[in-house]
Ligand binder design. Structure first.
Ligand SMILES: CC(C)(COP(=O)(O)OP(=O)(O)OC[C@H]1O[C@@H](n2cnc3c(N)ncnc32)[C@H](O)[C@@H]1OP(=O)(O)O)[C@@H](O)C(=O)NCCC(=O)NCCS
Length: 152
């Protein structure tokens, strides 16, 4: 990925810089995104001018286990293809596969269109199985169906 990629006249995609950290953390807090094992260099950000409007990362869960995580786009900027573009940038940047993710079943189609397939929780690698169990035990998971998916 180029350092800064202009996609249209308004939105640019780039690897995160030190100056983006506060805005990324604020966005993750407001969207309830994952801040654990925060490694700035693994984030890609979307900006409208200088304003951060979206982010995502490939998180290292364990030696052999990567996760697409912390994906978020400001609500007023959603449904314009920004989230999909962030995922494509992240997948292009990371050559190792598989890349796993946990999401709610209402986002299954969003990730399917980007190439992910559903996997059974039983076949998850141990480190990720623990993450899956942790997530489904959280109060918000009572109201949704958590699914695991994989990019090959
Ligand atoms: C999930 C999320 C990142 C998607 O971001 P986004 O920028 O809206 O993503 P996109 O615009 O690429 O795609 C979203 C939908 O809009 C549609 N879309 C994309 N461009 C569009 C356009 N120009 N007009 C209308 N619809 C469009 C896509 O087809 C997609 O539809 P689908 O959900 O039925 O597959 C965003 O909704 C979000 O931040 N949610 C809160 C945090 C969250 O849930 N993160 C994911 C945790 S796993």
């Amino acid at each position: 990925m180029q350092k800064i990629k202009k996609v249209d006249s308004e939105i640019s995609y780039s690897e995160a810089r030190k100056t983006d950290e506060d805005e990324i953390r604020n966005m993750l807090r407001s969207l309830g995104g994952d801040e654990s094992n925060f490694e700035l260099s693994r984030f890609v950000v979307a900006k409208s001018g200088k304003r951060l409007i979206g982010c995502g990362r490939i998180k290292v869960v364990s030696k052999d286990c990567l996760e697409l995580a912390s994906l978020g786009v400001l609500s007023e900027c959603q449904k314009r293809g920004i989230g999909s573009h962030l995922v494509r940038e992240l997948l292009a940047k990371e050559k190792y596969r598989p890349i796993l993710l946990l999401t709610s079943s209402d986002k299954e189609n969003f990730y399917k269109k980007l190439g992910a397939v559903i996997i059974a929780p039983e076949s998850l690698p141990q480190a990720f199985k623990e993450e899956y169990r942790r997530i489904i035990a959280l109060p918000f998971a009572e109201k949704i169906r958590v699914i695991a998916m994989r990019f090959e």
